[in-house]
Design a protein around this ligand. Structure first.
Ligand code: ACM
Length: 510
């Protein structure tokens, strides 16, 4: 037996499904060769190059790529079954990584990377068979409240993929800024991507005034496509979110004709919820379908997020046009009008082969027939939707909102509120006990949210996201039985070392 086994010898996050410790180590040396099972395969070539880069950075030796190497990366039909699964065999003589798809190989390379980082020249022998617990392992980023450059978006994706998350939820539109170029509606970014200034201090704690600094920016369609490709190379799906009917003031500043009152409107300069929402008119649907058509052209994945949260009903109550629709469609109230609105959008997305995701408010007034629910106001919405046979993503704010404080606010930079220390995220169980085994199959997985009202810089985003993302990663990937706080804590220093090396401005646990 090896003298050191388990987490200390293999400081992996997330912990793999099965790990057999082995004696001995594999020595990395100059000229160690990496081979692939199919030389002409572009995915395999890219993965071999990725691994070579990690070896150079972490072990300080230059590996070769070519046939007959001691390290092999292979697509094989006898690899562990299941999407994203892989097997990694390390002996003193050789390293063999096999999977049935490139995503599995990518995760195997990440596992190997963590082992090399922890022990650069002498990689501990081991046999790992690994696969994720959940197919949806999400991390969100709000680029509406603050705009972040495309280079940072790529870095964010690279980091989440390092810890085997696979869904990047790109929250692209807000009251405070519209961030995606739409060719049919150019004012969305000419007007909607810019606000004249931003509130200073906490919006709920008395006025401190405004900073007087214009803020904004947007992603061109070419940049967004570049992000999609970059993400796909790391096994990551990009989930775009276009908010409706609420959180749409930036769009209404650009196109006031889709509001319920004449306007004009300004892109919002403070936080909180605006009364202004899209009108439920035919003109609005034509507009939104035009926007979503371009969104679907950029983002190839099955799911499109349409928001649906925090839409005040005041304007619809006061609008004769909205009230006409309620009467005509025999709807009970404005909640059912929102439900009718979302159903129309769902029909459009489904007709184009896509699936609609919305925040749990889309339950109010009745769920659209095929909608997937993202449960943020606790888990009640997710439970209700799963019981109705709908797929759900669990993002309860208590445990998975990384805009919350992670320690005593007295010693932390200003945040929106709440308190979600890393221990709480780690303890979060995505399958609610209220669900039967069959209902639980509708839980696609967990997702953490990073809302950026109080994160004006990329440094602040990384400070709030890390190290909590590491806890999320283990909740999303590892088995329930494997989840053990003391074990996680013993592996955390290695992961923090990795973050350190990558220059991530994470919050240092006390
Ligand atoms: C949300 O936090 N309003 C989804």
């Amino acid at each position: 037996m090896a003298t050191v086994t388990g987490p200390a010898r293999y400081p992996l996050i997330p912990w793999p499904r099965s790990l057999e410790a082995r004696d001995g180590t594999f020595a990395l040396a100059a000229g160690t060769r990496i081979s692939t099972s199919e030389e002409g395969n572009a995915d395999l070539r890219r993965l071999a190059g990725l691994l070579r880069g990690y070896i150079t950075d972490l072990a300080g030796v230059d590996a070769d790529i070519g046939p007959g190497g001691a390290i092999t990366i292979a697509l094989r039909s006898d690899a562990p079954a299941g999407e994203e699964a892989y097997r990694l065999d390390i002996s003193p003589e050789r390293i063999e990584l096999v999977a049935r798809d490139a995503r599995g190989l990518f995760y195997g390379v990440q596992t190997l990377r963590q082992l090399i980082a922890a022990s650069p020249k002498a990689i501990p022998a081991v046999r790992i068979e690994d696969a994720p617990r959940f197919p949806w392992r999400g991390l969100h980023l709000d680029v509406g409240r603050h705009f972040f450059p495309v280079e940072f978006i790529k870095r964010y994706i690279d980091l989440l993929a390092t810890f085997k998350l696979n869904t990047f939820h790109w929250h692209l539109t807000e009251d405070q800024g519209w961030r995606l170029e739409i060719k049919k509606y150019p004012k969305l970014t000419e007007v909607g991507a810019w606000r004249k200034e931003t509130i200073v201090g906490h919006a709920r704690r008395g006025p401190k005034g405004y900073d007087g600094i214009r803020h904004g920016g947007f992603y061109t369609q070419d940049q967004a496509l570049e992000v999609v490709v970059y993400a796909a190379e790391r096994g990551v799906t990009v989930l775009p979110e276009i908010e409706m009917p609420g959180h749409s003031l930036a769009a209404l500043a650009a196109y006031p004709e889709y509001a319920n009152v004449p306007g004009p409107f300004e892109v919002r300069t403070t936080w909180g919820i605006s009364e202004e929402v899209f009108s439920p008119s035919e003109a609005t649907f034509t507009f939104l379908e035009g926007v979503l058509r371009e969104v679907m052209d950029i983002f190839p994945n099955a799911f499109i997020h349409i928001g649906g949260d925090e839409a005040p009903k005041k304007r619809w109550k006061e609008s004769s046009a909205a009230q006409e629709i309620i009467k005509r469609e025999k709807l009970r109230d404005e909640d059912e009008l929102q439900s009718w609105f979302i159903r129309r959008i769902e029909r459009f997305l489904n007709a184009n082969g896509r699936r609609l995701v919305g925040w749990d408010e889309i339950l109010e007034g009745g769920l659209a027939p095929h909608a997937t629910v993202m449960s943020w106001r606790g888990t009640k919405g997710g439970i209700a939707a799963a019981k109705q046979g709908h797929d759900v993503v669990m993002a309860p704010q208590e445990d998975l909102y990384f805009d919350h404080y992670q320690a005593d606010p007295e010693h932390e930079p200003l945040a929106i509120g709440g308190m979600t220390p890393i221990e709480d995220t780690y303890a979060y169980e995505p399958i609610p006990s209220e669900l039967t085994a069959d209902e639980a199959k509708h839980v696609l997985g967990p997702e953490a949210c990073v809302w950026t009202e109080y994160m004006p810089t990329t440094e602040q985003v990384e400070y709030m996201a890390y190290p909590r993302v590491l806890a999320l990663a283990e909740v999303a990937w590892s088995t329930r039985e494997a989840r053990d706080w003391e074990s996680f804590r013993s592996r955390l220093p290695a992961a923090l070392g990795m973050l350190e090396r990558l220059g991530v401005r994470y919050r240092k646990p006390l």
